[in-house]
Ligand binder design. Structure first.
Ligand SMILES: CC(C)(COP(=O)(O)OP(=O)(O)OC[C@H]1O[C@@H](n2cnc3c(N)ncnc32)[C@H](O)[C@@H]1OP(=O)(O)O)[C@@H](O)C(=O)NCCC(=O)NCCS
Length: 204
């Protein structure tokens, strides 16, 4: 969000969240079946860390740069970021982009150090059920190997339970299968094909 000037002074603009942060506080990690050593959870992610919904201010905290460690992102302007943020927010109970923030880093412009998305798809089948999709999981390379990937994926799967999704699924490269298996996902026999039709020419 562009800085707001009042009498020539820059006023701090408040965070606006993509979804209600209180949802994260009520997730019961004991029910996740995933073991953390040392024990951490969305409510208590560890010293100097915070798990929260994506904020309008995360453009200035390195969110887009972080995504470029996952795939090609392109040159996303602040205006594009905010437009997409508000488009997502206008779809209630659908987009749950969740980030890990290092609140003590010396580089606040890179303080968003992990992210993942839950998309909740509304259905007519199964009695107008909803299903979840896990998307865009990434941890900043200097923070990897510290359970943060595990923490953010578990946060998303617990969020999917909280939103009453009847299942959550993902697609990933073959080499990531053991990783997601360790977090409770399974390849269902006869039902694990992922098919694609590329529409635009790009390396995504
Ligand atoms: C995948 C990724 C999110 C993992 O983040 P991380 O914070 O390093 O993961 P964690 O520390 O929580 O790892 C948890 C466990 O998974 C293991 N693991 C990590 N990456 C793995 C991989 N590619 N394959 C198998 N196991 C893996 C770790 O060794 C660790 O095992 P342990 O608990 O026995 O020590 C991170 O490597 C990343 O951002 N990669 C680039 C983007 C990407 O590939 N995203 C996934 C797209 S589908």
């Amino acid at each position: 969000m562009a800085p707001v000037y009042e009498n020539g002074v820059v006023r701090e603009v408040e965070d606006e969240y993509l979804y209600d942060p209180a949802i994260l506080e009520r997730l019961d990690f004991a029910k996740s079946g995933v073991k953390f050593n040392p024990p951490i959870s969305a409510a208590e992610p560890g010293a100097g860390l915070r798990i929260r919904p994506l904020s309008t201010r995360d453009y200035d905290r390195g969110f887009i740069k972080l995504l470029s460690q996952l795939t090609e992102v392109g040159d996303v302007s602040r205006e594009q970021f905010l437009k997409r943020f508000h488009e997502m927010k206008q779809c209630p109970n659908t987009y749950f982009i969740t980030v890990v923030e290092d609140t003590e880093t010396a580089n606040p412009e890179d303080s968003v150090i992990g992210a993942a998305t839950l998309v909740v798809e509304q259905k007519f089948i199964h009695q107008c059920a909803v299903r979840g999709r896990l998307e865009d999981v990434v941890v900043n390379d200097t923070y990897r190997g510290k359970q943060l990937g595990k923490l953010i994926v578990t946060t998303i799967t617990m969020l999917a339970r909280e939103m009453n999704c009847y299942k959550i699924s993902l697609d990933c490269k073959d080499k990531m299968i053991p990783y997601y298996e360790s977090l409770g996902f399974t390849l269902e026999p006869g039902n694990s094909n992922y098919m694609t039709m590329r529409i635009l020419k790009c390396s995504l």
